[in-house]
Design a protein around this ligand. Structure first.
Ligand SMILES: C[S@@+](CC[C@H](N)C(=O)[O-])C[C@H]1O[C@@H](n2cnc3c(N)ncnc32)[C@H](O)[C@@H]1O
Length: 320
């Protein structure tokens, strides 16, 4: 993924203890030659304390593999010129800003335009046509879509492009509103700019690129006709919020950041945010713990499509 707000500075070798490799929980001390040996900056108990603190303060669980997490924490300590995890923990206890900064780095993950092909294929071939016909016949020509965990905006702009091509082409008069949210303000600031490198747009056809992006030096900027469909907003999906109801929610590659219990709570919340008959799209290959949540589901090759039942169908336990 693209660089977030923070970049690690190179360690100042003369004044800082250097630290390498995987966390063993041991300070290896001095080598036989009397030089400082590789030092593990993040001890096991410090990592546990950090995890607990972020869970308590932000409701966020750090589920990345331990070595990845430690590398990111070390990078953060360097970037913020902090001497130890204890210093970081002290700051986190008194500063929400520090907490946000750290999460910016720890939660950064992969993203891209049309990154989940099966989900976008289902969106364009099944979800949008059904919503278009049903909502059109009800006389309401509007669609509300949520991109939950939108990162630096590629997912939200991809949704916008799909809608433009499949619903609003030929200037049809539908009102489209895409709300795109993430916990990381730095990612959202990037998303709001809508400025991407050419290689990040390689999944787009030349005509989509021409119609919806303007070339600015070596980059491409989302044109107002695409940009204006989307509102970016900061939101922690681990906490309840009132957002109104949506016809479709994308929540792709976000579940790995949540514990099993949090996933169930999130599934319940997303169910609440959907209109009856509304759709939930996860990333390709992802599944929701639905035992306690009344979603209907339909399995495709590499995708499970979830739908909030209409009241009558829910009672009868029918699928789509
Ligand atoms: C791996 S990226 C996926 C981005 C995009 N959905 C995609 O599939 O390309 C996961 C995103 O989830 C966001 N995220 C993680 N925990 C979150 C939370 N509790 N609330 C909101 N966003 C969260 C991260 O900030 C990150 O941008």
């Amino acid at each position: 993924m693209r660089n977030g707000t923070f970049r690690a500075r190179q360690p100042d070798i003369s004044t800082r203890i250097r630290h390498f490799g995987m966390n063993t929980g041991f300070n290896l001390g001095r080598s036989q030659r009397g030089q400082k040996a590789p030092f593990n900056f993040v001890l096991d108990h410090e990592l546990s304390e950090l995890r607990l603190l972020l869970e308590r303060q932000a409701g966020v669980l750090l589920n990345s593999p331990q070595d990845v997490l430690i590398a990111k924490i070390q990078e953060y300590l360097e970037a913020r010129r902090l001497n130890s995890v204890a210093d970081l923990i002290g700051r986190l206890q008194t500063s929400d800003t520090e907490c946000e900064r750290l999460l910016e780095q720890l939660l950064e993950g992969e993203t891209g335009f049309f990154r989940h092909p099966a989900a976008f294929a289902a969106f364009e071939k099944e979800v949008l046509p059904e919503l278009h016909v049903r909502k059109g016949s009800e006389g309401g020509q509007s669609l509300r879509i949520l991109s939950a965990g939108c990162s630096t905006g590629e997912e939200a702009y991809s949704i916008g492009l799909s809608v433009c091509c499949n619903v609003n082409e030929n200037g049809a008069a539908w009102t489209i509103h895409i709300l795109a949210s993430d916990i990381r303000q730095g990612a959202l600031t990037f998303a709001e700019r809508g400025l991407y490198k050419q290689r990040e747009l390689e999944n787009l056809s030349p005509s989509l690129l021409r119609d919806y992006f303007a070339k600015v030096d070596q980059h491409f900027l989302a044109k107002p006709r695409l940009r204006n469909l989307i509102t970016f907003t900061q939101m922690n999906l681990a906490r309840p919020a009132y957002l109104g109801r949506f016809d479709c929610i994308f929540c792709m590659d976000v579940l790995p950041c949540f514990s099993t219990a949090q996933r169930i709570a999130l599934a319940q919340r997303l169910h609440l945010y959907l209109e009856p008959g509304g759709y939930l799209l996860l990333g390709d290959g992802e599944k929701l713990p639905t035992a306690d949540v009344p979603f209907q589901s339909e399995s495709h090759k590499n995708l499970t499509l979830y739908r909030k039942p209409f009241a009558a169908a829910a009672k009868a336990g029918k699928l789509f």
